[in-house]
Ligand binder design. Structure first.
Ligand code: ADP
Ligand code: TRP
Length: 328
């Protein structure tokens, strides 16, 4: 059975972009592959979260994952910091990573530019820790977005370099996983092409949002002055709003408003009302499940403890072979 590894940094809650773009597929994958879904709490230390925020965010992400249908009986769900084998492998991989290649990494350059007062060694070696996450389980596939492809390429480089240095064919080179279909991109409510947690308050609908919050955000979604001619092509913001309607309200509702648009009879306010009510119906079961799970921290800790124990089975095997290969 092929192995899949994916991690998410514990920052904030998950939104419909995360759900339709990634989580929904994770749920499908968990029955077909050996899946390791972990929470990258060590990676998040680059920005020095407070202990309370860190702990809360790890539980938050876990509750969001479970609420979406990730089943700890099928997939192995754990916190990165509970698997010390990863940090050990990170140290070995750091010996093979050069300052030049790490400092040329796009995400490092972006973060260093955004935050020049906090360019720490953890940020520089972010890609080696990510490579360790993946290689510790000898993953075949890594389902990640476009922004992570360079990190995955570096993972392959480090894997190949280890094999060459020690004249072994120990690590395989993991591939990006694209679900065999064009990736869905969920647009934001502000007319921007991407729903994202860094895009501002009004851009994203979160799985934990209240009905009121959803109504407010959807009703304020950006629109234009309406079609000026029958059959006029939609502007980008309207195209984006219609994509959300198709995803959340379904094809029938989409067709209804699309016809109204084409006949110049559309009232965006009506469409937004419908979208808001459908988004509320969609989010409600996720939110109540998240609330239920967050009220039970002992259960969440148990899931993480069991996950770590299972992850340890594969990780300890890899690390003892690595030590042996290195000559330790
Ligand atoms: P954000 O963009 O909010 O910071 P992340 O970068 O943490 O989200 O993304 C986590 C996962 O969710 C990735 O696999 C990413 O590809 C997916 N994802 C995030 N936003 C969207 C979106 N708007 N549409 C589709 N997939 C998305
Ligand atoms: N770097 C990823 C992100 O920022 C999170 C991550 C850490 C990850 N380790 C990973 C993703 C291993 C996939 C595999 O989104």
């Amino acid at each position: 059975m092929k192995t899949v590894v994916s991690g998410v940094r514990p920052t904030g809650n998950l939104h419909l972009g995360n759900y339709f773009g990634a989580l929904r597929n994770f749920v499908k994958m968990q029955d077909e592959y050996k899946c390791y879904f972990f929470i990258a709490d060590l990676h998040s230390l680059t920005t020095h979260p407070t202990p309370a925020d860190l702990k809360r965010n790890v539980h938050n992400i876990l509750a969001n994952y479970l609420a979406c249908g990730i089943n700890p009986a099928h997939a192995i769900v754990y916190a990165q910091s509970d698997l010390p084998e990863t940090t050990e492998l990170y140290l070995y991989l750091n010996m093979l990573a050069s300052l030049g290649e790490l400092s040329r990494c796009t995400s490092f350059k972006d973060k260093a530019r955004e935050n020049p007062s906090n360019i720490n060694a953890g940020l520089l070696t972010y890609p080696t820790l990510m490579a360790a996450d993946i290689l510790i389980h000898k993953a075949d596939y890594v389902p990640v977005g476009k922004d992570q492809l360079q990190h995955l390429e570096m993972t392959r480089t480090f894997a190949g370099r280890f094999n060459t240095m020690y004249k072994v064919s120990f690590f395989k080179e993991p591939q990006a996983f694209n679900f065999g279909e064009a990736p869905v991109k969920v647009p934001g409510l502000d007319g921007k092409s991407k729903m994202g947690k860094s895009e501002g308050e009004m851009n994203a609908i979160y799985l934990s949002d209240t009905d009121e919050a959803i109504r407010k955000k959807v009703m304020r979604a950006v629109t234009d002055s309406g079609p000026a001619a029958v059959g006029q092509q939609k502007s980008e913001v309207i195209e984006n709003l219609f994509s959300l309607v198709r995803l959340i309200s379904g094809d029938e509702v989409y067709e209804h408003y699309n016809n109204l648009y084409n006949n110049m009879q559309i009232r965006y306010g009506d469409m937004k009302k419908q979208l808001a009510e459908d988004a509320i119906k969609f989010v409600a079961p996720f939110r109540s499940r998240i609330t239920e799970l967050l009220a039970n921290p002992a259960l969440l800790d148990k899931v993480l403890a069991d996950g770590a124990e299972h992850a340890h089975e594969s990780a300890s095997k890899t690390i003892s072979e690595v030590r042996n290969i290195i000559g330790l």
